[in-house]
Ligand binder design. Structure first.
Ligand code: F6P
Length: 361
């Protein structure tokens, strides 16, 4: 009877529990069993896992967070720690490992497969949306909706008091959440690391936007989205904008809100549930029912199931929206996504460059 181990790793993301339930049920459907590893790679190294039973996964589909927990592991960062993890898995008769997490977690999964030959398949799950070879990552849609609802609420009070609000959102080095949210919330401006602009230039542009918004357009609510990857302390940016507003006698207040971990929680949206379930189906198929060459790839480099990828070279699965990519390819393309050389990043920056001028009208 085939036996899978499943873990969630890195920052939690809404939809991880959908992935846990889906992996388990698809494995059951293929005559297998699944053990859930407690606290990510930390639990993997320590051998902390137990059977995922119907009782444990029943009713978790709409829960935020992850019932398996997640934790960073210094031990797993070492080749010796990874070797010990593989040995424990083999001793327990586990045939393959499913890793649900972001690019740091997928890096660990790749090293485990490459160094030990243990089959691994990853599901992209991170609100940062900083993983290549997939057009969507589990958790992103829920995070965007959380940001949208928060900005709507902030907009109400900003309008009532004639204020400019700077809202900082997570995303680590990827500005996608801020970029997409700026469009979805009809913001007046957005700051993201990929712009590649220095502080002085960004502040000057915002100050000019502020003056026009009030003097020429009579706006009562001015919303600025800021990705956390922009290295300007939000409090300092706020002070500079307030000073500019006062100098121009605009008569408006400037405040800021850092959404932080609020964006990581909440019940997953339909889209995140759908993507989690279908990625899980294809991932389990790959390691339990896939052709020999696919299983061999899972054991040599590790694989990742990608949702409607734009990158070439994916391996087809029974789901026409899901393809499999070798993890070394995923990681190389993810580096490009973050250094700005990837076509997706260039397209995002180009779009926002065009949109910026419209946002403030
Ligand atoms: O990677 C997801 C993420 O939420 C990032 O956006 C954020 O910078 C980081 O995790 C925060 O990490 P922690 O939860 O360990 O503070």
């Amino acid at each position: 009877m085939p036996r899978l181990a499943l873990l969630t790793s890195g920052g939690d993301a809404p939809g991880m529990n959908c992935a846990i339930a889906a992996v388990t049920k698809v494995a059951w459907g293929l005559g297998g069993t699944v053990v859930g590893v407690q606290d990510g790679y930390d639990g993997l190294v320590a051998g902390r896992w137990s059977e995922l039973t119907r009782e444990r996964i029943d009713g978790i589909w709409h829960w935020g967070g992850t019932i398996l927990g997640t934790a960073r592991s210094e031990t797993f960062r070492t080749a010796d720690g990874r070797a010990r993890a593989a040995e424990r898995l083999r001793q327990d008769g586990v045939d393959a490992l499913v890793v649900v997490g972001g690019n740091g977690s997928l890096t660990g999964a790749h090293l485990l497969a490459r160094e030990t030959g243990f089959p691994v398949v990853g599901l992209p799950a991170s609100i940062d949306h900083d993983i290549a070879c997939t057009s969507w990552a589990i958790g992103v849609d829920t995070a965007l909706n959380t940001i949208m609802e928060a900005c709507d609420r902030i907009g109400d009070t900003a309008w009532s008091h004639r204020r400019c609000f700077v809202v900082e959102v997570m995303g680590r080095q990827c500005g996608y959440l801020a970029m997409a949210s700026a469009i979805g919330t009809a913001a007046d401006a957005v700051l993201f690391r990929e712009q590649g602009k220095e502080e002085a230039e960004l502040v000057a542009e915002l100050e000019a936007m502020l003056v026009r918004a009030v003097r020429e357009r009579g706006k009562k609510r001015i919303l600025v989205l800021k990705a956390e990857g922009v290295q300007i302390p939000t409090a300092r940016l706020c002070d500079q904008l307030q000073a500019a507003a006062d100098a121009a006698e605009l008569g408006i207040g400037v405040r800021y809100t850092v959404l932080g971990h609020v964006v990581r929680g909440g019940a997953p949206t339909f889209r995140d549930r759908l993507v989690a379930g279908r990625l899980a189906h294809a991932a389990v198929w790959a390691v339990l029912a896939g052709p020999d060459d696919v299983r061999a790839q899972a054991a040599s480099t590790g694989l990742m199931a990608g949702w409607e990828p734009r990158e070439p070279g994916g391996i087809d699965t029974p789901d026409r929206s899901v393809q499999l990519f070798a993890l070394d390819d995923v990681l190389a393309q993810t580096d490009a996504l973050l250094d700005g050389s990837h076509p997706t990043t260039k397209a995002r920056v180009k779009l926002l460059g065009a949109v910026q001028g419209v946002l403030s009208l």
